[in-house]
Design a protein around this ligand. Structure first.
Ligand code: GAL
Length: 403
């Protein structure tokens, strides 16, 4: 008898899983398995200190970055988190076991910084580690101190925690260590977005949606073409696990840091937007040039990332480094990237069958980089592209032709 119930139970579970896999996450509501904090219904947007500054950070930099986020207009486009990465703390805890901001670089303390950032309408992020020390080895990690540290972060007014994976001296796996901080944050009395950074080592896409709001799927990005493209590829296979409340994270943006061409940075930003990656700027926004600003402030590309349907785009076709990436958007629209990853000029084509459109569909195609519209396109869309360049479109079907 008991065995029969178990079989029926397993069948029900299988049915539920199939239903869940076949229906896209409903618009702007957390998926069934997502973390219970209600945050990140669209991918987080903001800035993080690591890619450009490494450990060379201080409170003036953070304040000036918050100022620039507002004065450049980037905050009004959705960039709201100002995230301090590694190296903000003293190397030891205080006599009560609390983490403390480094007196020489953050003399006013993190609470004062959070107040400053909040007064600008922005949110403050901080960094810790699921081991005994952070990756710089310059400050303590939170392993064994999760409740205490979560309470400290909450008392400072922190809104976002990036949680790294170094110095796991206890020999526990990420799957065992990350949920402890997740629970601690939920109990902390403050809504704190939880960003897992275990570099994809234990396939976090398969388990982290009930633990955090984003999870790194790769090792660290570097500011070059090979690193950027390989992060995009490694992240791609986890697409079906992303949704409102929990996102795959192929690491932060390098746009504006100088190691890639403008074409490559446009492709980097386009693909990150389409795959619903967190859009965390990694350059010095106090001193960015117009080209960098033009890329990061492209509203039309940002709206693909923030589309309420919350589906992660995928590479749908690849032929000798000529690629098509696509994603369904709300209101039956489709976003598509035509991307020439080869080393010479080439034409890239997306046929409607490649991107999930009915063969008879006629669309208006909005080019998100030239901001112009091609009317009544049918069957396919093509572009002749320089090496490493992409074009990105949003296709809006004429209603009578799409079914
Ligand atoms: C790495 C992490 C980076 C950065 C760095 C700080 O493990 O992936 O994004 O946070 O640590 O030490």
């Amino acid at each position: 008898m008991e065995g029969r119930f178990r079989v029926i139970g397993s069948l029900c579970l299988l049915l539920l899983q199939l239903l869940n896999a076949s229906s896209p996450s409903s618009a702007a509501s957390p998926s069934k398995y997502s973390l219970r904090n209600g945050l990140a219904l669209t991918p987080p947007m903001g800035w993080n200190s690591w890619n450009h500054f490494g450990c060379n950070i201080n409170e003036d930099l953070i304040k000036q970055t918050a100022d620039a986020m507002v004065s450049t207009g980037l905050s009004s486009l959705g960039y709201q988190y100002i995230n301090i990465d590694d190296c903000w703390g003293e190397s030891t805890r205080d006599s009560q076991g609390n983490l403390v901001a480094k007196a020489s670089t953050f003399p006013s303390g993190i609470k004062a910084l959070a107040d400053y950032v909040h007064a600008k309408g922005l949110k403050l992020g901080i960094y810790s580690d699921a081991g005994t020390q952070t990756c710089s080895k310059r400050q303590p990690g939170s392993l064994g101190h999760e409740d205490q540290d979560a309470k400290t972060f909450a008392s400072w007014g922190v809104d976002y925690l990036k949680y790294d994976n170094c110095e796991d001296t206890h020999g526990l796996s990420p799957k065992e260590r990350y949920p402890i901080m997740s629970e601690a944050l939920l109990k902390s009395g403050r809504s704190i977005l939880f960003s897992l950074c275990e570099w994809g080592v234990e396939d976090p896409a398969t388990w982290a949606s009930s633990v955090g709001n984003s999870w790194r799927t790769t090792g660290d990005i570097a500011d070059n073409w090979d690193s950027m493209t390989s992060r995009a590829d490694q992240n791609d296979k986890w697409a079906s696990y992303a949704g409102p409340g929990g996102w795959n994270d192929p690491d932060m943006l390098e746009v504006g840091n100088g190691g890639m061409t403008t074409k490559e940075y446009k492709a980097h930003f386009s693909v990150w937007a389409l795959v619903k990656a967190p859009l965390l700027i990694g350059c010095d926004i106090r001193a960015m040039d117009n080209t960098t600003y033009g890329i990061l402030s492209n509203k039309e590309v940002i709206s693909v990332n923030q589309d309420k349907l919350g589906v992660q785009g995928k590479k749908v076709k690849s032929n000798n480094d000529l690629e098509v990436w696509a994603v369904p958007l709300s209101n039956h629209k489709v976003a598509v990237i035509l991307w020439n990853r080869s080393s010479s000029k080439a034409t890239v084509t997306a046929s409607w069958s490649d991107i999930g459109l009915n063969a008879k569909t006629v669309v208006d195609a909005r080019d998100l980089w030239t901001h112009s519209t091609l009317s009544s396109v049918s069957g396919k869309i093509s572009a002749e592209l320089e090496s490493h360049a992409c074009e990105m479109y949003v296709l809006t079907p004429h209603s009578k032709t799409s079914s």
